[in-house]
Every structure is written in C-alpha cells, then in structure tokens.
Design a protein around this ligand. Structure first.
Ligand SMILES: [Mg+2]
Length: 186
C-alpha cells in the first residue's frame, strides 16, 4: 500500500499553523499540534479542508516526521560509525542485505501474536514503542548503508519510484481499491 506523509496531502508542513492553496480552489487550513511519542515531542498534522463557502471538514490526520536527520545525514553518521570501528571490511552489500532482513525479523517479532494493531499503537507500553523505534531504526540504517554500498542515491531513487507508482496506480482508476496494477482493466 502506498502511503504518503502529511506533507504531501496537507500542503505546507512544519509550521504550527499554515494555510496553503490547492489548484482546485480549496483552501487547506493545516494546523499542527504536538503529541508525545516515546517520550519525545513529535508533530502530528490535523489537516482540514475548507471549501470557499466556509465549510470545514476534517480530511485526514497524519503523523509526520521531523525534518532531520536527512537520509544523507543518516548515511554519513553510519559511515562514520563503521569507519571508527573498522567494520567496513564486513559491510559488503550482501552482508548488509542479510543484516537488514534480520532487523525486519526483529520488527516482525514485536507484532507477532498480537492480532491487528491500531494505528498509533495505543495499546503498547512506552517501552514497547521505544523497542519498536530501535528496531525500525536498525532497518533504516542498514537500508541506507545498503543503498550507499550499491551506489543507489536513495532519496532520488524514491522520487523516481514514486513517479512510477503514480503512473502505475492513477488515483482516478484505483481510488479505494487494493487491487494490483495487473488486475485493472482500461
Ligand atoms: Mg535490532
């Protein structure tokens, strides 16, 4: 399932309160408020759609990330970490791939036997949330390092892939459907 963060669907993000204009004549009032996640403040978007006649309806509410560190920051920090330990000799692409898959397994273990989990993990303890944050970070760190060692410029590759996904899954054609692109007929 393709997911976008609140920035894309809600326009300008990061301000405590901002308004942006969409091409369809709607005005989006975008208010952010702080929530506590794993003991740290994080921003969540409450995105409202305000039509020109003044009606306001809530469109979506999305969790959003901090702007930093960037993917390049993460690549550089991990490169420094491995250089300081002389671990580059072990960090070939295949090893990094296997390490990443192992970390994905550690993420899966946290969800194992729980049944479906509600967005935001309201039933999880702070300790469980922090454990998840650690394991997701392990996955991302290895993913970024794997991309580096394969000379894939990951942020730019993501842009290209998302453009392809948009072509493959035109919103007008697939809205509300979970079918694979091969199952759609013109
Ligand atoms: Mg781990």
């Amino acid at each position: 399932m393709m997911a976008s963060n609140g920035k894309e669907s809600c326009g300008i993000n990061g301000d405590m309160s901002s308004t942006s204009f969409k091409g369809n004549g709607e005005v989006f009032a975008n208010k952010s408020h702080s929530v506590r996640v794993n003991g740290a403040a994080a921003a969540a978007d409450s995105c409202q759609s305000k039509s020109l006649n003044g009606d306001v309806k809530k469109r979506t509410e999305r969790f959003t990330f901090s702007g930093e560190p960037t993917v390049e920051d993460i690549r550089r920090m991990q490169a420094e970490f491995t250089d300081e330990r002389d671990w580059n000799q072990f960090h070939q692409p295949r090893n990094l791939l296997l390490a990443m898959v192992g970390e994905v397994g550690e993420v899966a273990e946290l969800f194992q036997w729980r049944g479906e989990v509600t967005e935001g993990l309201p039933d999880w303890t702070e300790s469980e949330r922090e454990h998840l944050a650690h394991e997701l970070s392990d996955v991302m760190i290895y993913l970024v390092e794997l991309a580096e060692k394969c000379h894939v410029d990951l942020p730019q590759a993501v842009l290209r892939k998302m453009a392809l996904n948009r072509q493959k899954y035109p919103a007008s054609k697939v809205h509300g459907s979970a079918k694979k692109y091969t199952e759609y007929k013109d």
